[in-house]
Ligand binder design. Sequence first.
Ligand code: FES
Ligand code: FES
Length: 145
Amino acid sequence: MQFKLNGKSVDLDLEPDMPLLWAIRDQAGLTGTKFGCGVAQCGACTVLLDGEPVRSCSIPVAVVSGRKVTTIEGLGGKSALQKAWIEKQVPQCGYCQSGMLMAATALLARKPHPTDADIDSAITNLCRCGTYPRIKTAIKAAAKL
Ligand code: FES
Ligand code: FES
């Protein structure tokens, strides 16, 4: 299975129905993307597929053949959102945060200055620690950077 992972071509020997999340974590060794519910509900496993947020636990890897996948590692730790995340001290336990950042990355690419309503409708990921207000603050701070 060939696809681009964080800008690099990868060629992995995978069953086509393997969830993309398994390919990313167990085959490619990128463990920043998390497993939460496994049924496309929580968003902990969110990655970008050709720039759009997808729930990698519920996508067969065959779907990404020849396409571009971006994970939290692909943001490089220096994006405006990641800086804002640190400045606003967003994470609590941190488990949901990779997925949150990927969803927020896609949102800002589409809407550089999102409203509260834009954020509410785009970020459907779940956070058991209730960091939603800080996430909103950080997205707005990043939009100004
Ligand atoms: S682990 Fe994929 S949506 Fe929850
Ligand atoms: S920071 Fe703990 S689940 Fe979101």
